[in-house]
Design a protein around this ligand. Structure first.
Ligand code: BTN
Length: 242
C-alpha cells in the first residue's frame, strides 16, 4: 500500500473524513487514497469538537486505509505511527514537534496538527481506517486556543501541495518501518510525548492534581501517577493544564 497513490482534491466538502466514509461505503476507494479539501464546512475534531481552518490556508485531508491487519485492541498503534510520521516530517523542516496525548502535535507548546482516526470494525478486526489530519500551514491567527502554524514558526509561506507530498513521504516511511519493526514504536512515541516522566498539572473529574505520565497502555489509555497511585485515563477523562 502506498499513501497518496491517488489524491483527490475538493474545493468544498462537509468533512474529508465524512467524504472518505461515504465513498468507502460505496466500495469506491482504493486503500492509500488521500482526499483533501480547500474548505470543510463541518470539519470535525476529537470529542465531538469542530475543526476550523481558513479556506485554502491549511492541509485538511483524510487518508483511507483498508486491511491494516490490526485488532481493535491494538488500534492505538496506527495513531502512534501517524503521529511519529508527522513529527518526522516537521523535523525535516527544522521544527521540533511534541505529542500531546493522545494525538495532538505541538510546536513550541502550541497545537500545529490534530488527528481524527475513525475505524470500521468487523468482529475484533479493523477493516478500514480513515485517518483525518489537519495541519496548520499558512494561517497566522487562531481564535480561542493556543495554536500555531508552520508559517508562524518558520516565518514563510509554504506551498500546500509540496507539504502534502513531503508529509505523505514521512507517513509512508513511518508506516512501513513500524509495521515491519514494531518494537521501538512505543518508546519512540514516549520520547516525544509531552509530560512523559515529568511532573505536570492535570485535571480529572475529581479536580486538579499534580501527576507524572508513566506510559501508555496497549489500549492507548494514559497511565499517570497521582499521589503514589497509578491511574489510567481514556480520552476526555483527563485534561492537561501544563
Ligand atoms: C483534533 O485535534 O481534534 C482532530 C482534528 C482533525 C481535523 C481533520 S481535518 C481533516 C479531517 N476531516 C475532519 O473533519 N477532521 C479531520
Amino acid at each position: 500500500m502506498h499513501f497518496g497513490n491517488t489524491i483527490i482534491r475538493l474545493s468544498d466538502t462537509s468533512s474529508t473524513n465524512n467524504y472518505v466514509a461515504s465513498l468507502a461505503k460505496a466500495g469506491k476507494l482504493v486503500s492509500g487514497t488521500v482526499i483533501m479539501a480547500e474548505n470543510q464546512t463541518e470539519g470535525r475534531g476529537q470529542m465531538h469538537r469542530s475543526w476550523d481552518s481558513e479556506r485554502g490556508k491549511n492541509l485538511t485531508f483524510s487518508l483511507f486505509l483498508e486491511n491494516v491487519s490490526l485488532s481493535v485492541t491494538n488500534q492505538f498503534i496506527l495513531s502512534k505511527i501517524m503521529n511519529l510520521g508527522v513529527i518526522k516530517y516537521l523535523s525535516s523542516v527544522g521544527l521540533e514537534g511534541k505529542i500531546k496525548w493522545p494525538n495532538d502535535i505541538l510546536v513550541n507548546g502550541q497545537k500545529i496538527c490534530g488527528m481524527l482516526i475513525e475505524n470500521q470494525v468487523m468482529g475484533s478486526t479493523i477493516q478500514q481506517s480513515i485517518v483525518g489530519i489537519g495541519l496548520n500551514i499558512n494561517q497566522i491567527s487562531f481564535r480561542g486556543f493556543a495554536a500555531t502554524s508552520m508559517k508562524n514558526e518558520l516565518g514563510k509561506e509554504l506551498d500546500l501541495n509540496k507539504v502534502l507530498d513531503s508529509l505523505l513521504f514521512y507517513l509512508n516511511q513511518a508506516y512501513d518501518y513500524y509495521r515491519a519493526v514494531p518494537d521501538p514504536l512505543t518508546s519512540d512515541y514516549l520520547d516525544v510525548l509531552s509530560g512523559y516522566r515529568t511532573e505536570m498539572s492535570y485535571e480529572d473529574d475529581q479536580g486538579q492534581f499534580r501527576g507524572i505520565i508513566l506510559g501508555i497502555a496497549e489500549s492507548g489509555h494514559l497511565r499517570v501517577e497521582r499521589r503514589g497511585e497509578i491511574c489510567e485515563y481514556s480520552m476526555g477523562e483527563i485534561r492537561w493544564l501544563g
